[in-house]
Design a protein. Structure first.
Length: 318
């Protein structure tokens, strides 16, 4: 009886050793099967991305490589040589760069000020909540808010007129009419959502700075200026420039707010809409698809640089 029991136990141990270690897990449910079931939860989101993002993007960009008759061609790329298209690209890049730099600097100052508050305090919570809302506030609602504030009949404009200060600022900027309805006026409007976006993206990096680093610098005789120039800023640089790139991309792709304020084209998103309704580049078909291709190339370059900087910045946030 004892010998039979030993043989049975040995046989069971041998079978357990031969069986794959990943066959069962916990209550007998296989780990690979559990993982495969978990991946099924991504199917609705994957379907949404495919149908509403990937397919329209491919169709829009791909249309720039075909003639009106449907034949493949590269001649449509000649649209980039058109002076109006080049001017629109330069205007978009200029606005995006200016609002990104200004938004990044102002947002970084706000994040620096918030470091002196409690992470679970009322002020930090209020700023985080407001930034989350304002970063997504745009389109016609944002345009209407600025029209009611600094538009031709806006509250602040009326007050400045009564003070004799608005004639050359808001109502006749560069002798071309109200500032808000010019391309230059977009710089003011875009900052409204650029600064909150910077606070959201840069604050985690600021919180990643450890107090022990400042204490070690002070112990070695370093001043506060030395700490920021030799420790704090070099560590925060990848996160700062990554956020700067994100702000540039956010401004570069904005459409609804500009469309509500500007009656004519002048930046690439509005130029695409204009070209979709009427082809104005002589001898070139599907100009909107060509412009979409240009925007996609710019966004790919920006997002690649942003991903690289985020990987570098994440080393100090662990």
């Amino acid at each position: 009886m004892g010998r039979r029991h030993r043989l049975t136990t040995t046989s069971m141990m041998s079978a357990a050793a031969i069986a794959p270690a990943t066959t069962t897990s916990g209550a007998g449910v296989s780990t690979p099967r559990r993982r495969s079931v978990a991946w099924l939860g991504l199917l609705p989101f994957a379907g949404y991305v495919l149908l509403f993002l990937a397919v329209p993007a491919v169709l829009a960009v791909g249309s720039g490589f075909f003639t009106r008759a449907g034949a493949f061609t590269l001649a449509n790329l000649a649209a980039f040589a058109d002076p109006n298209i080049q001017k629109a690209f330069l205007a978009s890049i200029g606005i995006s760069a200016l609002t990104a730099v200004a938004g990044a600097v102002i947002g970084a100052v706000v994040c620096f000020a918030l470091l002196g508050t409690r992470s679970d305090g009322f002020l930090r919570t209020a700023v985080d909540s407001a930034s989350s809302v304002l970063a997504q506030f745009g389109g016609v609602m944002l345009a209407f808010a600025f029209i009611a504030t600094i538009g031709q009949q806006g509250l602040i404009t009326k007050w400045l007129i009564s003070s004799g200060l608005a004639d050359n600022v808001f109502l006749n900027f560069n002798n071309q009419g109200p500032l808000l309805y010019q391309i230059s006026g977009l710089n003011i409007v875009y900052l409204y959502f650029q600064v909150p976006l910077m606070v959201l993206t840069f604050m985690p990096a600021m919180e990643g700075l450890k107090s022990t680093w400042a204490e070690a610098s002070a112990t070695l005789g370093g001043t506060r200026l030395t700490y920021w120039t030799r420790i704090g800023m070099p560590i925060l640089a990848p996160a700062f420039f990554g956020s700067l790139i994100l702000l540039f991309a956010n401004s570069f792709s904005s459409y609804a707010t500009a469309a509500a304020l500007l009656s004519q084209g002048g930046i690439i998103p509005l130029a695409i809409k204009q070209q979709s309704s009427s082809e104005t580049v002589v001898g070139v078909a599907n100009v909107s698809g060509v412009l979409a291709l240009g925007m996609v190339v710019v966004m790919i370059v920006l997002m690649t640089a942003y991903a690289a900087l985020q990987r570098r910045a994440s080393r100090w946030q662990r």
